[in-house]
Design a protein around this ligand. Structure first.
Ligand SMILES: Cc1cc2nc3c(=O)[nH]c(=O)nc-3n(C[C@H](O)[C@H](O)[C@H](O)COP(=O)(O)O)c2cc1C
Length: 172
């Protein structure tokens, strides 16, 4: 709720914030997951910190708290299909998540082999933000994969998907 502003306007304005669309990788022990996320950005240069806001109800939230690490997997703009399947807990089979090959990074967080670039983070701090927790990760490794350096990265406006705005009544 934003006092005095209709919910539709709050949503429409907040949905105009340009955001990346990526997959967050998280793991604890043998449990791995990948999660579609748009609330991801760099927040400091020294140390190099990247933040991801994760819903307190998400499996990824528990895995980041337990595993103390996460990865940010940037995806090619011309392949936004994974974002649908990774908007619910992923199925792990061996070294795949929803059938997509994964390896463990320096921190032990799962990294998608098909990502055009990855950022491997050790949890630096977790800040409670109501419905979400802002996980601040120190970047310990990152790189491009395949021809990723030449490919534009997926953004939320490339899809019809929306995330954010005002929490729906009764949701969560
Ligand atoms: C376009 C889009 C963007 C999303 N961005 C986020 C996000 O930034 N943070 C978040 O916690 N959930 C986000 N979600 C929701 C999660 O992908 C979804 O709730 C997921 O099932 C929860 O993760 P889990 O598999 O860890 O339970 C987004 C979903 C969509 C469709």
């Amino acid at each position: 709720m934003v006092a005095g502003v209709p919910i539709e306007i709050v949503n429409k304005v907040l949905w105009r914030i340009p955001n990346v669309l990526c997959l967050i990788g998280a793991s604890a022990g043998e449990e791995w997951n990948g999660m579609t996320a748009s609330w991801v950005t760099q927040v400091a240069m020294e140390p190099v910190l990247v933040a991801a806001a994760v819903d307190r109800a998400a499996l990824t939230h528990r895995l980041i708290e337990e595993g103390q690490r996460f990865s940010v997997n940037l995806w090619s703009r011309d392949d936004t299909r994974p974002f649908v399947s990774f908007s619910k807990p992923a199925r792990r089979e061996g070294t795949t998540l929803n059938g997509r090959p994964v390896r463990l990074g320096v921190t032990g967080a799962p990294i998608f082999e098909e990502a055009i670039a990855y950022i491997d983070c050790r949890l630096w701090k977790a800040v409670g933000c109501g419905t979400h927790t802002l996980f601040l990760g120190e970047v310990v490794d990152c790189g491009f994969q395949g021809d990723g350096q030449d490919r534009p990265v997926a953004r939320i406006e490339d899809t019809r998907m929306k995330y954010g705005g005002v929490k729906r009544r009764g949701a969560g």
